[in-house]
Design a protein around this ligand. Structure first.
Ligand SMILES: Cc1cc2nc3c(=O)[nH]c(=O)nc-3n(C[C@H](O)[C@H](O)[C@H](O)COP(=O)(O)OP(=O)(O)OC[C@H]3O[C@@H](n4cnc5c(N)ncnc54)[C@H](O)[C@@H]3O)c2cc1C
Length: 280
């Protein structure tokens, strides 16, 4: 169940600690709407003392959910040959990547924020989940890394990237300049700085309302238009993190690389989801 995001590009100027696979059963401690389009689930991991954090603030896990009501999640087991494999007769539970919004190593509790949408196995699970329900979680993996000497950060995401935005902003150093654009379905989905996101950084957030299907336009997301409206970047070396629908993210990356001639090694563009396709 190794976490393996579809990363479209990235900066590679830091040492990667090798990923160590491990898998945990986790039970729901609490679940509810954080905002209309976002559920917050708190999970307690069995044996969570073993969990190895990645050291990256955008880290994600794969959340394994029951395939149906009658099928409990079964974890892969570590074989003598060092491989993680499913026990005989058991199938991999459907699993999807979710950002670790918070991890408390003392209580072994993990917070995930999950977007509500039609037609997804994980989204459907979140909408029906109850306290005590059991899921699977693997060791987290991450990639966000401010290149040395960066003086600013630009984050451009749709609502699926909002948990990463929250976590990154909370971990930025005091006074660090961050310009953030987030596309959300409605005004009520804003997560205000100082209320839902605590940060010591110097942050400027613009909320773009309208994520989702609208009869007057095709597609779910306007992220490429939002990117194209950014015609100037702050002075000096910086880092751009883009997350959202895969094709939209690729277009956004092109804008910064080709139109604004920004160094592509300082752009991390991650396809979080694919319109019309399950994220298997
Ligand atoms: C590194 C990483 C971190 C992520 N972190 C988060 C996170 O913290 N919170 C979060 O909500 N998502 C996050 N995602 C995105 C999430 O994994 C995908 O949205 C995933 O497809 C959801 O699984 P599902 O089972 O609900 O839908 P799937 O079974 O994968 O897809 C079924 C259908 O739903 C559509 N769909 C999938 N996601 C969405 C969406 N968000 N809006 C509208 N339609 C959609 C698909 O196009 C498909 O047609 C992350 C992805 C990555 C790669």
């Amino acid at each position: 169940m190794q976490a393996n995001a579809q990363a479209l590009s990235g900066v590679e100027d830091h040492d990667h600690a090798a990923y160590v696979e491990d898998n945990f059963l986790a039970s729901v401690v609490s679940i509810g709407h954080l905002t209309p389009a976002m559920m917050r689930v708190v999970l307690r991991l069995e044996g969570g003392e073993r969990l190895l954090v990645s050291g990256h603030p955008d880290e994600w896990v794969r959340l394994a959910v029951p395939a149906d009501d009658g099928t409990p999640v079964v974890l892969p087991v570590l074989r003598e040959n060092g491989r993680w494999e499913m026990p005989e007769g058991a199938d991999y539970a459907p699993n999807r990547p979710y950002t670790v919004r918070r991890w408390n190593a003392k209580t072994c509790e993990m917070v995930l924020d999950m977007v509500v949408h039609e037609g997804g196995v994980a989204a459907r699970w979140a909408m029906a989940a109850k306290v005590g329900d059991v899921v699977g979680i693997c060791n987290p993996e991450g990639r966000f890394w401010l290149p040395k000497g960066s003086r600013w950060l630009l984050m451009l995401t749709d609502i699926t990237g909002l948990p990463a935005v929250g976590r990154v902003l909370e971990e930025l150093p005091q006074g660090f300049k961050a310009v953030v654009h987030v596309e959300i379905p409605s005004d009520a989905d804003r997560q205000e700085i100082g209320e839902m996101i605590e940060t010591a950084a110097d942050v400027e957030v613009t909320w773009h309302i309208g994520h989702g299907l609208h009869p007057e336009r095709p597609g779910y997301t306007q992220l490429p238009r939002i990117a194209r409206e950014i015609r100037q970047l702050p002075e000096g070396p910086g880092y751009i993190y883009i997350a959202g629908e895969a094709r939209a993210v690729a277009e956004c990356r092109k804008h910064f690389r080709d139109t604004l001639s920004f160094d592509k090694r300082r752009i991390d563009a991650v396809g979080y989801w694919i319109e019309g396709q399950a994220r298997v």
